[in-house]
Write a protein that binds this ligand. Structure first.
Ligand SMILES: C[S@@+](CC[C@H](N)C(=O)[O-])C[C@H]1O[C@@H](n2cnc3c(N)ncnc32)[C@H](O)[C@@H]1O
Length: 304
């Protein structure tokens, strides 16, 4: 099985047929989780039909390396300007206290279960205030596990803005903020072009977000731009992305080291070694690194 987050890279050269295929799958299977397997099977068949061998797979990565851009083509994510009237009306149920309660429940299970070790220091670092009106920006809200850990720890004087390119994911931050009665909002925007002025935030953070994003150097540049001088960048990452992304590479007979090399070329996150170099190039200085079994928490400071 493959995940359609690869489409932007593999079909960058000519996206239209891939887009039409996705539209067709949406018409046939969209909206019903019972059809998830059929959706994936047909999507996978499309990969095998249009990218028949390893050489073609690698050629597409090389094309992306040279011509790819930090720009959203399409995918399963719904941006603001794609919303229909019905979806907009439906989205109001995503900002309710009830939806907040749902996401808090799921996130609390994580905070007290698999994420117990790292979420406490993550939230502590993010909420450690250096100014009277501590302003936090979280990159990638997703389903809100990181958001919940932060927002529940915030004092009433703190402000949180969570950014996600997916409108509904961004709204999860509104719902969690409403649940706790804190100053938290979700903003639907791309991390490649943040809708904030320079030097606005005390902390920029992310919880397993970079592992799913394209164009890491551009995202880092934006993170540094919106941070105050001396502001901090706090993030949780997997040690190595191979376990999450191995399936498509194995399908094309490419092992771990070959896959990591291709991903670096395509400016995707691979591991701490690579991220640390990119962070240094963007103007961040490492101040802490805490390893856990499968992931790590890292903290940087923006040079003054
Ligand atoms: C794995 S989830 C993040 C997990 C989340 N932080 C949590 O703790 O539950 C990744 C999110 O990144 C978002 N994303 C991917 N690329 C993005 C981009 N360029 N700009 C903004 N959000 C993006 C996706 O929409 C998705 O919601």
């Amino acid at each position: 099985m493959v995940n359609n987050e690869w489409d932007d890279i593999l079909y960058w050269e000519n996206y239209k047929p891939c887009y039409e295929m996705l539209q067709e799958l949406e018409r046939k299977y969209g909206g019903d989780p019972a059809n998830y397997d059929s959706w994936h099977r047909e999507h996978y068949a499309y990969y095998k039909q249009t990218i028949p061998n390893k050489e073609e797979f690698i050629r597409r990565f090389e094309y992306y390396e040279l011509h790819g851009k930090p720009h959203w083509i399409e995918g399963h994510h719904r941006t603001m300007n794609e919303l229909t009237r019905e979806e907009l009306l439906d989205s109001f149920r995503h900002v309710t206290k009830e939806n907040g309660a749902f996401h808090v429940e799921v996130s609390e299970k994580a905070r007290q279960g698999w994420a117990a070790q790292h979420l406490a220091p993550y939230a502590e670092k993010v909420c450690s205030a250096t100014s009277e009106e501590h302003k936090i920006m979280e990159m990638t809200v997703g389903c809100g596990v990181g958001t919940n850990a932060i927002v529940r720890s915030m004092t009433d004087k703190m402000f949180y803005a969570g950014v996600d390119i997916d409108f509904i994911c961004a709204k999860n931050a509104d719902a969690i903020g409403r649940y706790y009665g804190k100053n938290a909002i979700g903003i639907c925007a791309s991390l490649w072009n943040l809708p904030f002025s320079d030097h606005l935030f005390d902390v920029v953070c992310s919880h397993f977000g970079f592992d799913e994003c394209r164009e890491i150097p551009t995202i880092l540049k934006e993170a540094v731009r919106v941070l105050k001088p001396g502001g901090r960048f706090v993030s949780v990452f997997r040690h190595n992305i191979w376990l999450r992304r191995h399936e498509i590479f194995e399908d094309y007979d490419i092992g771990e080291s070959g896959a990591l090399e291709l991903m670096r070329k395509a400016r995707l996150y691979t591991d701490f070694e690579q991220f640390d170099v990119l962070a240094g190039e963007a103007g961040l200085v490492k101040i802490d690194y805490i390893p856990f079994e499968n992931w790590y928490l890292v903290e940087y400071r923006k040079e003054k």
